[in-house]
Design a binder for this molecule. Structure first.
Ligand SMILES: Nc1ncnc2c1ncn2[C@@H]1O[C@H](COP(=O)(O)OP(=O)(O)O)[C@@H](O)[C@H]1O
Ligand SMILES: [Mg+2]
Length: 304
């Protein structure tokens, strides 16, 4: 399939008085990995539930794999798989039984289903628990099983809602591998994440969603360029940061930074230049620190 795998135009959704999606336009090319990046409450899950036909938008047009949401939701359902539906997991069954059942439902023969189940058990490190009932699993194991289930079949379009949240590092890297592998074989993947690094690593294109609005869209490189080349750090005589300014690295920008240092009345201060962090990017694009930020905000820095 070439052309768009996912299209949204003017999609709106409110819950009561709260506008959750405020006019979303999306265009995702077939065979690409697209990341929807945004903090908690941005509307990521709402967008995924609309794309996967579970929730009706109040307005706007949606099509997935060439099927229109308004006229052919069944066509969409046949073309996708979705994670984050832990409800699909049958707690009385084991991981292996769940995976085999899902494979059979997806049209695999008994033999194929068995092979696919054991493959996924290996990849997601579920071996130790493969023959135990799911009700006995830890949260992390359920999460890995949920992901494995969503990847049993490989429909043309896969939605992954915060797929690596709550995963240990090893499972996260495994999942990144699987996602890249699927994309290479032509699957379209839309994933949501709160992690800039994850979007950067995986996605061909990234849309930044903030309070129901897409505030920026492009490749990782384009988004970073929008933020500016580097950051000038102004430090006081104790070496504490008093101000950080995005800069294009030009002499003029540096001069402005020095003027600023003067204006702040800092004596014995120093200036350094560093690459923008992903948190800088998020702050610049959304006006708020990313939820993964561990650095103090600029305001806090300034009062020190
Ligand atoms: N079914 C619902 N009923 C009422 N409010 C909802 C519902 N689903 C989501 N919301 C609200 O919509 C906003 C966005 O939620 P969500 O789409 O889950 O964001 P995200 O996945 O980015 O964290 C939140 O403020 C949330 O409380
Ligand atoms: Mg969510």
């Amino acid at each position: 399939m070439t052309g768009p795998a996912i299209e949204m135009a003017g999609v709106r959704k409110s819950y009561g008085a709260q506008t959750v999606l405020d006019g979303i336009d999306l265009h995702v090319e077939a065979g690409s990995v697209f990341a929807l990046l945004g903090p908690n409450g941005a509307g990521k899950t709402t967008l995924i539930t609309i794309l996967s036909t579970l929730v009706q938008p109040d307005a706007g047009a949606v099509s997935v794999a060439g099927h229109d949401l308004a006229t052919d939701p069944d066509g969409i359902r046949r073309s996708i798989s979705v994670t984050g539906q832990a409800a699909a997991v049958d707690g009385v069954l084991t991981a292996e039984e769940n995976l085999r059942m899902m494979a059979r439902l997806s049209g695999f023969t008994a033999g194929q289903a068995k092979r696919r189940a054991s493959e996924l058990i290996d990849r997601f490190d579920l071996g130790g628990a493969a023959r135990k009932r799911v009700t006995t699993y830890s949260g992390g194991m359920r999460r890995r099983l949920d992901l494995a289930l969503s990847l049993v079949a490989t429909p043309p379009v896969i939605f992954l809602d915060e797929p690596t949240t709550g995963l240990d590092t090893r499972s996260r890297l495994t999942l990144w591998d699987i996602i890249q592998d699927l994309a290479r074989r032509g699957t379209t993947i839309l994933l949501t994440t709160q992690y800039l690094e994850e979007a950067d690593q995986l996605a061909d294109r990234i849309a930044v969603l903030d309070r129901g609005v897409i505030v920026a869209e492009g490749t990782a490189a384009e988004l970073k360029a929008q933020v500016g080349g580097e950051v000038v750090e102004l430090r006081d005589a104790h070496g504490d940061i008093v101000r950080e300014l995005p800069t294009d690295g030009s002499v003029d920008a540096l001069r402005t930074a020095i003027d600023e240092l003067d204006a702040l009345g800092v004596t014995g201060g120093s200036i350094g230049i560093r690459k923008p962090s992903l948190d800088d990017a998020f702050l610049a694009l959304t006006g708020q620190a990313s939820s993964t930020s561990t650095a103090p905000t600029f305001e806090k820095e300034a009062v020190r």
